[in-house]
Design a protein around this ligand. Structure first.
Ligand SMILES: Cc1cc2nc3c(=O)[nH]c(=O)nc-3n(C[C@H](O)[C@H](O)[C@H](O)COP(=O)(O)O)c2cc1C
Length: 359
């Protein structure tokens, strides 16, 4: 077999995956009122070959989904629809983690029934987003979460985790990447707070740590992962002087919690990865459990990163959109199909569940 590591099972004391290929979290925006569509059951079932499936980012509350048609996990109807997906994946021996998100200042109040956007500070993102009338509008200015209200949002993550556990998800991945709420606390360009959640490295990391502690208290450390995108410029987040020190501190704190995995999301636009290799080496030393990397990997570079022992699992995004049987294609050296960006979002079944399998 050409790809020795990628297709080898990963077996630890706390989890076993049938290979080291993960399906990256991708919000394909096929939910209505946050309720996953029935096609989502088929979509995930088709991708069952992955060692680990990580779901669409899934809102923990009605104002936390950023985009139109994002799934949620905060109502009974949403939960029942997710249950069908979890059961379908389990029926075929797959493993599925739900990615939990609060999008904070990314979004528009018209998308979330005119509720305000919330954020560490009232600093808006100067970008447009598609609204229910199908126009593109500037994102709404968020209101700053008061210190007293912070526990409410931590509780929302906790409640969503409770829901996920009740549904039988194998675990949760907390979305602390891509400029969403948790990332907004980490980065001083979006966090101008003067309370204990802003300013110093410890303060800017506090929301993340408290969310993770609350989540772990429900799911347990062995069923908890986190996605981070250090050094990534996205939704108004920019580099800052203490960025490296901040991310080192966060890794040390995650190690103390002993959670199952850290999942790094690389921005690979333009061919250059946003996370420096030295940072990955450093993270590997600080964090002893599993490391997943994703973003711009080919089958070859995925095998290389596993061989280099910098990561344990590689997440594939766009390749999983167009190759539902990606693992078999890797196994049999079959050609990989190209994805169609036009049907990533906003669509029905076209470009969603109609990519053919070869095997
Ligand atoms: C359609 C689409 C939706 C995405 N949605 C999410 C998401 O919900 N959560 C997330 O962490 N990343 C999301 N991403 C980023 C992917 O997880 C992945 O990091 C990115 O596609 C780069 O990996 P790739 O080069 O293998 O596609 C999305 C990417 C795409 C293409």
């Amino acid at each position: 077999m050409k790809y020795k590591k990628l297709l080898t099972p990963l077996v630890t004391e706390v989890i076993s995956l049938r290979n080291r290929v993960a399906m990256a979290p991708m919000n394909r925006r096929r939910a209505t009122n946050g309720i996953p569509s029935i096609s989502m059951v088929t979509y995930y079932k088709q991708r069952i070959g992955a060692g680990l499936i990580i779901t669409d980012n899934t809102a923990i509350s009605s104002n936390g989904g950023a985009y139109l048609n994002t799934p949620g996990i905060y109502t009974e109807e949403q939960k029942q629809a997710w249950k069908k997906i979890v059961d379908a994946v389990h029926a075929e021996g797959g493993k599925i983690f739900v990615q939990l998100v609060h999008s904070g200042r990314v979004g528009h109040s018209a998308i979330q029934k005119n509720e305000p956007l919330i954020a560490p500070s009232a600093i808006k993102v100067n970008e447009k987003i598609r609204t229910p009338d199908n126009s593109y509008q500037m994102m709404t200015e968020p209101i700053a979460i008061t210190t007293d209200d912070i526990p409410l949002w931590i509780d929302a993550f906790k409640q969503a985790t409770e829901n996920a556990m009740e549904l039988g998800f194998d675990g949760v991945e907390i979305h602390a990447a891509h400029g969403f709420l948790i990332d907004q606390f980490i980065n001083p360009h979006s966090n101008a707070r003067s309370d204990k959640y802003g300013g110093s490295i410890e303060n800017r990391s506090r929301f993340l740590i408290e969310v993770m502690q609350a989540v772990v208290s429900v799911s347990g450390k062995n069923k908890t992962g986190i996605r981070l995108s250090p050094f990534r410029e996205i939704y108004g987040l920019k580099p800052y002087p203490e960025e490296l020190a901040t991310h080192r501190y966060i890794m040390d704190e995650l190690q103390k919690m002993d959670i199952l995995y850290v999942h790094f999301s690389n921005d690979s636009t333009g061919g250059k990865q946003s996370i420096p290799i030295n940072y990955l080496r450093d993270a590997r030393k600080r964090f002893n459990n599993l490391i997943i990397v994703g973003g711009g990997f080919t089958v070859e570079t995925a095998e290389e990163v596993l061989q280099s022992a910098l990561a344990d699992v590689v997440a594939f995004g766009k390749l999983y959109i167009s190759n539902p049987d990606l693992v078999n294609r890797i196994k049999y050296n079959a050609p990989l199909a190209k994805w169609n960006e036009e049907t990533f979002y906003h669509g029905g079944d076209e470009g969603y569940i109609d990519y053919p399998k070869l095997f």
